[in-house]
Design a protein around this ligand. Sequence first.
Ligand SMILES: Cc1cc2nc3c(=O)[nH]c(=O)nc-3n(C[C@H](O)[C@H](O)[C@H](O)COP(=O)(O)O)c2cc1C
Length: 194
Amino acid sequence: MATTENSITPHTLIEKRRSPRAFADKPIAANKLKALFEAARWAPSAMNEQPWRFIYATQEDKEAYERLLSCLAESNQVWAKKAPVLFLSVAKKEYDLNGKPNKHAWHDVGMATANLLLQATELDLHVHLMGGFDAEKARTLLGIAEGFEPVSMGAVGYLGDPDELPENLKQRELAPRQRKPLEELVFKGRWQQK
Ligand SMILES: Cc1cc2nc3c(=O)[nH]c(=O)nc-3n(C[C@H](O)[C@H](O)[C@H](O)COP(=O)(O)O)c2cc1C
């Protein structure tokens, strides 16, 4: 993509958002937590189906929190267990209207989740999403209904001290964020055309 002299940098919320592993020992106020799901609620979706569902647990509710935590891969549990809130996003696989498969469901759950992440950033919170979890365990333990599919889990909280992480995770926490160059991702008019 041609660079222009006056290139515009992404919104500060997009720049500030990242996926930390060090979380502070500080709860999230109920109104802030609600604001995250409210932001998700306003995402666009195919046929305005709103196929997203979220199951969350706070550390105050030990039993519910442990249930969600136990669905995570061990490698994620190590650090995610410090986050004051965990959640699971779930997709409804068929349209309410006609029962036909909604092939956009995962896409739309992703958009709702992206809204949630940016709202979190605005509130000085961070979210670390995780695909490393046992979807079947989540389905059983959390009583997820037929026709719904677990999508991703998230750990939410305030930034913590990287020094409290095991050494290997600390290195990753402090490493600069990487992205593929725009030229590799964006084509003009047809596939791979610059
Ligand atoms: C769907 C999805 C699944 C992910 N799964 C994991 C995971 O299981 N464990 C983990 O530590 N990070 C996971 N991540 C976080 C990514 O590694 C992270 O977003 C990526 O490295 C970019 O870093 P950034 O979010 O700080 O910009 C996941 C992210 C997404 C969106």
